[in-house]
Design a protein around this ligand. Structure first.
Ligand SMILES: [Fe+2]
Length: 343
């Protein structure tokens, strides 16, 4: 008889995409999560997100109050034992100086972990301030890092297509086995990559591999789906040795590494999300960036070829796909990929 797995997802959103709490909890139950943290961004009312979920929470699931603080050194996931975490004004300011936020974390004995350390250039600690400074902050404030981000895993589906799951697992297992020895050299691979698809694959591999390797500098690790939609909840999980009694016990288990598996949700039938229209948009925005600008039509090139923000890119992609139904997108995707990655 197989024992119930105690799975936790430590990076999720609710208000940003106006998800209904009922649907959110259905997503949590679907992936059989036991612990889940709500880490809404400051601009989407994190307290409201927490209270909405708390009011509709199933009894047996532990809900952890959190915020994804936007610091000037990238996104920082902060967790607390109760909702007093939302009273900390420093966490609600946009682009707050990272040390200001971290001093508060230390003062209030909260738990903090750098989200997706190698995500976007503007929101990920190693990209914004570099690895050396990131390591110094981790040491000074005893921080964790996000070992695996489910959104990146799902985004890689776009690159690897149907083979995503297989390759993905072997990749994570491989990196894990060779953590301290020689591993895939992303930069070398990048230089050798001949096709656009190769380059994109190397890039995606790097975004998954680098945080795993970087986590050896952290005091503890966190894992989260970074879900913006219910379906994506639980795509990245950390497995606990036992069910914690309360948030305090959970946070100390996390810090004392009382964990088993960390990474994609290997216990789910669909560990990497099947992609829908919204996820396609998110994923394309995340992975393609300049590739879209380079290979698309003239008008679009003019619009997004310049250095512009993510919001604008997503909006443009939304405009392109607005009238195309999901089924059509699915059939068009292989062609789109071919177009984008043609030599
Ligand atoms: Fe997030």
């Amino acid at each position: 008889m197989s024992q119930k797995k105690i799975l936790a997802d430590l990076h999720t959103h609710l208000n940003e995409k106006k998800v209904k709490p009922r649907e959110w909890w259905a997503g949590v139950r679907n992936r059989k999560l036991s612990v889940v943290a709500i880490t809404e961004h400051p601009q989407y009312d994190p307290l409201d997100a927490y209270l909405q979920l708390k009011a509709t929470k199933p009894k047996w699931i532990l809900l952890i109050p959190g915020i994804e603080v936007r610091t000037n050194a990238g996104d920082l996931l902060v967790y607390g034992e109760d909702e007093r975490i939302y009273d900390v004004r420093e966490f609600l300011k946009k682009d707050i100086a990272v040390e200001k936020a971290l001093k508060k974390v230390k003062e209030l004995k909260l738990t903090a972990s750098f989200a997706h350390p190698y995500g976007y250039k503007h929101d990920s600690v190693c990209e914004v301030i570099g690895e050396k400074k990131a390591k110094a902050l981790i040491k000074k404030y005893k921080l964790g890092t996000e070992y695996y981000n489910g959104m990146l895993g799902s985004a890689s589906y776009l690159v690897f297509g149907g083979k995503a799951v297989k390759r993905f697992y072997s990749l994570v297992a491989f990196v894990e086995r060779n953590k301290l020895s020689k591993v895939l050299h992303v930069s070398k691979g990048g230089a050798k990559a001949k096709t656009r698809l190769d380059k994109m694959a190397v890039n995606a591999v790097g975004r998954i591999q680098k945080p795993i390797l970087f986590s050896k500098n952290a005091y503890f690790i966190t894992v989260g789906s970074d879900a913006h939609y219910p379906k994506a909840l639980g795509s990245g999980v950390i497995e606990l040795k036992k069910m914690p009694k309360n948030t305090g016990e959970f946070l100390s288990m996390l810090k004392n590494k009382k964990t088993l598996w960390a990474g994609p949700n290997i216990y789910s039938k669909n560990p990497v999300d099947k992609i829908g229209r919204k996820e396609i948009l998110g994923g394309l925005g995340y992975l393609t960036k300049k590739s879209i600008a380079r290979k698309s039509k003239k008008g679009l090139k003019r619009k997004i070829g310049r250095k512009i923000g993510l919001g604008e890119r997503i909006k443009t992609i939304k405009r392109i796909t607005k009238r195309v139904k999901l089924r059509k997108i699915r059939t068009k995707l292989p062609r789109m990929r071919k177009k984008l990655f043609r030599k």
